[in-house]
Design a protein around this ligand. Structure first.
Ligand code: URA
Ligand code: SF4
Length: 192
């Protein structure tokens, strides 16, 4: 098979990651959840790691958090998953949905880097603390970081809450996420 363009390279990278055993999360996984979407699009969402549904289906954000993500994308940005890529900080499910550990995040980081390098998105939306801290290289919490747009690589980064925080936290958190999604849409319209 000839591998051309971003789509081809995305698939090639997915095949490589599917065999990965670089960290202990390989032991309990059913699927490696590499990510999905359209690598030609200028927008990437980065979550934390697969949950139960994602591990079963091999796709990112297909459970309740994913339903909220899809809704906010559509209602605040007017887009569906075909207009973005979705990836996670770790590609394999932490057992019992525990937080990913620092050495697991580090082991998996080259894959996220490769995804970012390949897609070269104009806008990255980080969902929650793990993605935001990993990409901005800070220890500051998401509540303090969200609410503005940061320069990132050759584009912009918009941090927001993880959808699971909105599912737990209710209306106020959802309202803040909506405002951040509007911010991401605006950043897509900006000059690089
Ligand atoms: N939560 C995440 O962070 N990522 C997923 O893919 C699903 C739930
Ligand atoms: Fe490899 Fe990442 Fe899965 Fe760990 S979480 S086994 S580094 S793909």
């Amino acid at each position: 098979m000839t591998v051309t363009g971003k789509n081809g390279r995305w698939l090639q990278l997915a095949e490589e990651v599917a065999k990965c055993t670089r960290c202990r999360l390989a032991e309990g996984r059913r699927s490696v959840v590499f990510g999905m979407g359209n690598p030609e699009a200028g927008l990437m969402f980065v979550g934390e790691g697969p949950g139960e549904q994602e591990d079963l289906q091999g796709l990112p954000f297909v459970g309740r958090s994913g339903q909220l993500l899809d809704r906010l994308m559509l209602e605040e940005m007017g887009i569906t998953r075909d207009s973005c890529t979705i990836a996670n900080v770790v590609k394999c499910r932490p057992p019992g949905n525990r937080d990913p550990l620092p050495d697991e995040i580090e082991a998996c980081h080259p894959y996220l880097e490769a995804q970012l390098e390949l897609v070269n998105p104009k806008v990255v939306v980080t969902l929650g603390n793990f993605a935001t801290k990993s990409l901005l290289g800070t220890t500051e919490g998401i509540s303090r970081l969200r609410g503005r747009t940061y320069p990132y690589r050759s584009g912009h980064l918009v941090p927001t809450f993880h959808p699971s925080a909105a599912l737990r936290g209710g209306g106020e958190v959802v309202a803040q996420m909506r405002a951040d999604f509007v911010r991401a849409k605006e950043a897509l319209g900006k000059r690089p």
